[in-house]
Design a binder for this molecule. Structure first.
Ligand code: ACM
Length: 462
């Protein structure tokens, strides 16, 4: 029977009592409004469990903790073992940060609806509570917008893709695409909500927009040009043309987005806009104002701080923590997602077999050692990022995300101090078996399985 010391993320406090309880156990749920938000208290006796929770999220997390205590087999899709037991005792727990996010880029490589739902389950098992869904980029547009069908009929697929990080003309010649219908997205939102997860959608503008421009060339800088959904990775210099008609177009797109996603926070991008003019900045601010007028808070990447005076927003500080501090000083809320610490598409070792190694080296220990360097009421939380240029399947997403996302989840949920020497055996002996039972193809601690390598496909290190 796994003990309380196996839990991940580590709870705030545990009192062990001799004895055990058969699992599945009767669970009596009590409302406990005095507990912290998302908090719960479990009292496990030989006769059953009392789960007190501040709110539905707290109740959900209490049940996740029980599942971990019941052992890895409790993570299988069907019950194939009898005799599972829970240890008796009391767990009192709540998260330290209110935004425990993960960005999933479904624009560069589409993830099917079923794959997104599975990913939601994996986030929920780690008590993460925000799925930041990156729906549009130069290489693909993934959300159906009924008024503008070419966004998905044209923008929803590309002919070919750059092979690894090879900047030459080489392409794989393989069409790639897909998009979500309105009903698909409503289903994802509802499924996530049942698991205490808010889906924060992002439509990225005025850069990262070549799929939209390919669909409607009048949105771009040269309507007469032969625009294609981009087959390269990198930062495109082709921006949306910030004309009144483009602004109107995107007001309509965002209104559709708001109709689907109840999230109080809505992403509008704003990152990596080489050659942006004053008018591009006004475009971003106009869309931000539009979201605010409809009762939402815009989320922009930290480059938006350079566009001039902004209404209060949430800033995703990704380039450098100094941008987080600057955003907070300017009165914005902040989500820290530093590229040099929390980009999980970046390589996880210097092992020569690491598949398509890109970016900074972020080992499991590095991620576990991350500590937000901003405090105070402006810090909403932290977010790990899974950009998908080189994650072309759900299996590759598993490999990049896990087990580093387990370490991230503990940083987001549990107060320090943290000791990697304590975490590592807990992960290896108790949590990886849970992932095995769930069917997660994580990166083995010793390095990739042979079939997880990508010999001959170039990466690019930083
Ligand atoms: C980003 O990585 N461009 C937010």
């Amino acid at each position: 029977m796994p003990g309380f010391s196996t839990l991940l993320p580590r709870p705030v406090s545990v009192t062990e009592v001799p004895g055990s309880c058969a699992w599945p156990a009767p669970v009596t749920v009590r409302a406990a409004p005095g507990l912290p938000a998302e908090g719960y208290r479990l009292a496990i006796t030989p006769h059953g469990v009392t789960l007190s929770a501040a709110d539905p999220a707290g109740e959900y997390y209490g049940r996740q903790t029980l599942r971990q205590l019941a052992g890895p087999d409790a993570f299988r899709a069907a019950s194939i073992h009898s005799g599972l037991r829970l240890p008796c005792g009391i767990v009192e727990d709540h998260p330290r940060l209110g935004w425990r996010g993960c960005l999933l880029d479904v624009a560069r490589h589409f993830r099917t609806k079923a794959e997104v739902l599975r990913f939601v389950d994996l986030l929920a098992a780690h008590k993460l509570n925000v799925l930041n869904l990156h729906l549009t980029d130069d290489q693909g547009w993934r959300i159906e917008v009924p008024r503008f069908p070419r966004l998905t009929s044209v923008g929803g697929w590309r002919r070919s893709s750059m092979v690894g990080r090879h900047d030459g003309p080489e392409r794989d010649g393989r069409p790639h695409g897909g998009f979500y219908t309105t009903a698909d997205l409503r289903e994802i939102v509802a499924y996530a909500a049942e698991r205490a997860i808010t889906v924060v959608p992002e439509i990225d503008l005025p850069g990262h927009s070549r799929a939209a421009i390919a669909a409607y060339p009048e949105l771009g800088p040269d309507p007469a040009a032969d625009w294609q959904v981009w087959t390269s990775w990198g930062v495109s210099t082709s921006l949306l043309e910030p004309s009144e008609s483009t602004v109107d177009f995107f007001r309509t797109v965002f209104d559709h987005l708001l109709d689907i996603f109840p999230s109080p926070v809505i992403g509008l991008g704003g990152d990596e806009v080489p050659g942006a003019t004053e008018a591009h900045g006004r475009f971003v601010r106009t869309i931000a104002d539009h979201l605010i007028a409809r009762g939402r808070t815009p989320l922009g990447w930290d480059e938006v701080l350079d566009t001039g005076a902004l209404p209060p927003m949430v800033i995703g500080a990704w380039r450098d923590s100094a941008y987080g501090a600057r955003a907070a000083e300017l009165g914005h809320d902040v989500v820290l997602c530093p590229e040099d610490r929390l980009y999980l598409d970046h390589r996880q070792s210097d092992h020569p077999d690491e598949p398509i190694p890109v970016g900074y080296l972020h080992t499991l220990e590095d991620v576990y050692g991350y500590e937000p360097d901003l405090a105070g009421p402006r810090l909403r939380g932290i977010q790990a990022q899974l950009w998908s240029e080189h994650l072309d399947s759900a299996r590759r997403v598993d490999y990049a995300a896990f087990p580093r996302l387990c370490a991230f989840a503990e940083v987001a949920w549990s107060e320090g101090p943290r000791d990697f020497a304590e975490f590592l055996p807990r992960l290896r002996e108790h949590h990886l078996p849970r992932l095995d039972a769930l069917g997660v193809e994580y990166r083995p601690l010793a390095g990739p399985h042979p079939w997880q390598t990508r010999p001959g496909v170039p990466g690019r290190l930083r």
